[in-house]
Design a protein around this ligand. Structure first.
Ligand code: ATP
Ligand code: ATP
Ligand code: MG
Ligand code: MG
Lengths: 260, 260
């Protein structure tokens, strides 16, 4: 039975995709069968792993909107891609069409539970399912939180990143109350930390003192190797295993596996 | 007759809010009467100028959804705030309610033209109107592009920032064809450039060689003062006029004013 972890934060550019790709690949390196689900219309998790979003024939969009081809609806198993570079790592790709899903699903029955339903079969096959979210609190993110067991919140060590936390926790509470009572907070992950900057230290202190849940021991420091690796279509452990980025995400995977 | 500039890019964290606040305040410093419209439910432009989003009674959300109070609908003039720190600078605040507007407007007639209609009166009173956008290509962004004369595209000097450009230009073309034929591209603005990193140089070269429109001469370099200033509720020219961030945004304002 897989553990489903949603990586969410409506603030843009805080490290959701970087965390999803690198946490998942570190879990796979530890021989946990891991599935990354790219739920962002930008498809950054798909391209960050080296796939061309324009080559993807069917994506999570087609499964959520129950698209049929030759009178058979597209299943999750039809679109899962096995990574050609890391064993135990699989991907459910996204596509720009997903941007339309929010409006297309508005009047559909049980619109919030589409992803939960789509992932039901995958739960039996994988140890971990990591879901990368778009930077918004719309229907896609509600679907993600409804399907997940827990939510991992990347928090960039910058001022605006703290601002949005209350709204996100509000949405989590609403989902816990109305759609998914088992949803818990996996933890807050400090990202892009730069020890030379007072701002980084100040935000990290603020998060540790006022975040109501767990804050991961590991802090992801700012590391240019992390921002170079997607342009080579590789997770950090394949691009530069000796980098601080690789060390940080391996430590994050260890913290997550402690709960097994 | 105001010039309305939309600051758009669906990629998160590329510097849309930082550019909106600081371009607008530099234009105001040059005695152009300037209005910032915060169209992001995160309300970062509102808080970055020192206003508490929870203190805001009515916001752009109430104008777009034509909310009425004592049988009178809320007008833009009812919600405009004059900056208490910079002359000639005004703000239309946002609120978290705006996140619901996309779904609420789905079945409304002329849903894409709500902002254009709301800004019609303000066009006569201001020299510039700068609109900060959310990180998505939904109905809010379509409203923004429909209301605007031109679109300024901040591009972070990172790999994922280039990935999303094609989708954004697609949306701009669709709006030009169906909703706003006068919309032009103001230019691409390179942000968070770090001269020590090959990645920054590579992305900057790629943008200059393959972006079809104008690329601003000024490049906004990575500068911690820019990320500190919102925590003091001040634009960069009030927080640290001697910083590279202040110099960069003053130069951007000069480039924009050249078209007057
Ligand atoms: N620790 C880090 N050090 C340096 N750069 C980083 C780090 N983490 C992420 N980045 C870079 O910062 C940018 C933003 O990260 P990323 O795209 O993962 O954020 P996101 O939250 O997924 O963004 P969006 O809101 O658009 O989905 C990317 O260019 C990424 O390569
Ligand atoms: N030139 C710069 N140098 C250093 N930090 C910067 C610079 N520009 C922006 N920042 C910081 O980077 C972060 C992202 O910028 P900002 O919030 O303006 O982006 P955005 O595109 O508006 O994000 P969103 O997609 O969430 O709306 C902020 O914390 C901001 O303070
Ligand atoms: Mg992302
Ligand atoms: Mg913003």
């Amino acid at each position: 039975m897989a553990k489903i972890i949603a990586v969410c934060n409506q603030k843009g550019g805080v490290g959701k995709t970087t965390t999803s790709i690198n946490l998942a690949s570190c879990l796979s390196a530890a021989e946990r069968k891991t599935l990354i689900v790219d739920m962002d219309p930008q498809s950054n998790a798909t391209t960050g792993l080296g796939y061309d979003k324009n080559d993807i024939e069917y994506s999570i969009y087609d499964v959520l909107t129950e698209r049929t081809v030759e009178s058979k609806s597209i299943q999750l198993s039809d679109i899962i891609i096995k990574s050609d570079s890391i064993d135990y790592l699989y991907l459910v790709p996204s596509s720009p069409d997903l941007a339309g899903a929010e409006i297309e699903l508005v009047n559909v029955i049980a619109r919030e539970k589409k992803l939960e339903k789509a992932l039901a079969t995958a739960r039996e096959e994988f140890d971990y399912i990591i879901i990368d979210s778009p930077p918004s609190l719309g229907l896609l993110t509600v679907n993600i939180l409804t399907a997940a067991d827990s939510v991992l919140i990347p928090i960039q060590c910058e001022y605006y990143a703290l601002e949005g936390l209350a709204e996100l926790l509000n949405t989590v509470r609403l989902v816990q109350k109305n759609l998914n009572s088992k949803l818990v907070i996996e933890g807050a992950l400090l990202t892009m930390y730069d020890g030379r900057l007072n701002l980084s230290k100040q935000v990290a202190d603020d998060v540790r003192s006022c975040f109501s849940g767990r804050v991961f021991d590991v802090v992801i420091t700012r590391n240019v190797k992390l921002s170079e690796s997607p342009s080579f279509g590789k997770p950090i452990i394949l691009y530069d295993i000796m980098s601080s980025g690789a060390e940080n995400y391996l430590n994050l995977a260890k913290e997550i596996m402690q709960n097994e």
